[in-house]
Design a protein around this ligand. Sequence first.
Ligand SMILES: Nc1nc2c(ncn2[C@@H]2O[C@H](COP(=O)(O)OP(=O)(O)OP(=O)(O)O)[C@@H](O)[C@H]2O)c(=O)[nH]1
Ligand SMILES: [Mg+2]
Length: 349
Amino acid sequence: MKVGLVGFAGSGKSTVFQWLSGEKPDPAKVQQGQTAMVDVPDERLRAITAKYRPKKPEPVFAKMALLDTPGLLTDERKDNPRRLAIIREAGAMVVVLDGFSRRDWDEQWQRFREECLLADLEIVSNRISRLELQLKKRARPAKEIEADELELSLLRRITHALEQGQPASVLGLSAEEEKTVRSFQLLTLKPEILFINRGESPVPDAELAKLRQLSPTVLQAPAQLELELQALSVEDRAVFMHELGLNQSLREEVIRGIFYGAGRQVFFTVGEDECRSWALPVGATVLEAAACIHTDLAEKFVRAHVISYADFLACGYSEKEAKNRGLMRTEGKTYVVQDGDIIHILAST
Ligand SMILES: Nc1nc2c(ncn2[C@@H]2O[C@H](COP(=O)(O)OP(=O)(O)OP(=O)(O)O)[C@@H](O)[C@H]2O)c(=O)[nH]1
Ligand SMILES: [Mg+2]
């Protein structure tokens, strides 16, 4: 899944992209959207790896794809539908707000949401018109008519929400309903993370609390300043950070905030060769976890041994100890993975 950096022109998306991924924005690519892979760091995995000392000494972190997109324009809005279309392929959106030259964060966000509502409304309305036409035709199989009618009533519910200024996500669509509308890639169904690209001083807690009522995940960092600090030598960086009153970089915290805000989680695999984290959607089963490692493991899945992270920690990261204390569970393919689970898949040969 890709996470799109979105927002109005000049809010600092490409700066954030470079800060988080280490890749320079390429002007030739930005019009179509530029993608880079980012490791999702995890202290728990670092600790496990230090204990295990696998052949590969560094932990192998789950990855997340970041997509830099061209910003929306506020005056000349003709090109915005094309710009919004680039975001549609992303599975989640990080709305980058200009917090270095302005303080109207909630207004920027509301305006961005309005653009998304309008863009979705246009797509849904077009589809409704097509369906209405189709339903007027005679002599069609009853099954097709029924499917069209179901889709039409769902789209009318979505239209109603959008017209009230609500994102389609408030409807809490069932898995079946989501499947029906998946091909439209509605922007207002995507998980949304607000990122305030702030200047040197932090955004006050009261302001953050206000924003959290609009969106559950609100992150903040001085992206440009951090990017500049990255370019310094270790000694110079320490001096500058001290002068600026910064204890440590916010980069890892922000990456993790985006990852979890996008509805993802990790599970771990441990072994002599490597210790590794893998990305999964929240709610995924252990069978999906197996498929994530290798399709073969899913096809020949027999059962899984699972230790929760808290139990693993309590056992000093020893599988043997976990087994002795009865904390290594045997689970079938419908087991729903929890963040931080240590998983061994047993497959038939
Ligand atoms: N002072 C300050 N300037 C910033 C900060 N972040 C970005 N800028 C500047 O703002 C301008 C726009 O930044 P970009 O990262 O290119 O913004 P963008 O959102 O990618 O812009 P578009 O791709 O045109 O939508 C650049 O001149 C940056 O140097 C910041 O935290 N502080
Ligand atoms: Mg840019």
